[in-house]
Ligand binder design. Structure first.
Ligand code: SF4
Ligand code: F3S
Ligand code: FES
Length: 272
């Protein structure tokens, strides 16, 4: 099977947080360090290799897991011990980098944050790529349309030509206005859970609006009016129907829908 696209291999070894492949365990009590019990779990994974498959299909793998294992651990076990062609993205394995968002039992989650024992492992666990973005292979999607929207809202501090001679100061109250939206890790779980984005891939999506919010409400920034103009587009904030899927999906607990509402309000009142 063609095997050119395997982004997770690039980071599986030799990077901070990259765990080495584990040796298969022979005992049934969970021989891995820290094991507190073991069980069999079946992952039902949506597979697609566009170079050789005529369409996507489901494939099941049963692995032995510890109670402390996450979905990402099970994917590693499958890849390292059963099928090296299984393709997924991950880097930090600790909920920081945002690279392993996928649909797990129908909900957008980070594979490194979901414990298998919490998913009713008596039934097969479905694992699919996030929706609304083109599948590159198996669980890897093309994130470029997502990042294109992100770049469009100018997610960086914009200031005038007259730089102050000392630091740009900000009160704790002003800092608190955008604290929530600084937590974004650009995982795309929100945007790819939004039905508006599914039906119309042109919508900026909640993640881009969250990252615009982070700078619009920053008292040191001078680009707020320009960002609001960009988001006033027919594919901008007004496409949001307050569905709240984005808020439910966010692994960082960001109040995404609230941030979108605040941007809408700023657009109407021009107060930000
Ligand atoms: Fe991910 Fe939350 Fe940022 Fe959306 S807002 S990209 S779900 S971290
Ligand atoms: Fe979509 Fe979130 Fe709005 S799910 S419709 S962006 S509230
Ligand atoms: Fe980095 Fe899951 S691998 S967030």
């Amino acid at each position: 099977m063609a095997n050119e696209i395997e982004p997770e291999l690039a980071s599986a070894e030799g990077t901070p947080g990259g765990a080495a492949p584990r040796e298969p365990q022979s005992d049934d009590a969970g021989g891995r360090p820290g094991a507190v019990g073991a069980f069999d779990v079946t992952l039902r994974i949506r597979r697609l290799n566009p170079e050789s498959d005529s369409g996507a299909y489901w494939e099941e793998f049963t692995v032995r897991a510890n109670r402390t294992d996450r979905v990402l651990d099970a994917l590693h076990t499958i890849k390292w011990e059963t099928d090296g062609s299984l393709t997924f993205r991950r880097s930090c394995a600790h909920g920081i980098c945002g690279s392993d968002a996928m649909r797990i039992n129908g909900k957008n989650r980070l594979a490194c944050k979901v414990l298998l024992k919490d998913l009713d492992p008596g039934k097969p666990i479905t694992v699919e790529p996030i929706k609304g973005l083109p599948v590159v292979k198996d669980l890897v999607v093309d994130m470029e349309p997502f990042f294109a929207s992100y770049r469009e809202v100018m997610p960086f501090l914009i200031t005038g030509p007259n730089a102050p001679t000392s630091e740009r100061r900000q009160s704790p109250e002003d800092r608190a206005r955008y604290d929530d939206t600084t937590k974004c890790i650009l995982c795309a779980a929100c945007t790819s859970s939004c039905p508006v984005f599914w039906t119309d891939g042109q919508y900026f999506g909640p993640a881009a609006i969250v990252n615009a919010h982070r700078f619009i409400f920053d008292s040191r920034d001078e680009g707020g009016a320009d960002r609001l103009e960009i988001l006033n587009d027919k594919e901008g904030v007004w496409r949001c129907r307050t569905v709240f899927n984005c808020t439910e999906a966010c692994p960082r607990g960001i109040e995404v829908t609230k941030a979108i509402q605040e941007v809408k309000r700023a657009m109407i009142t021009r107060a930000f």
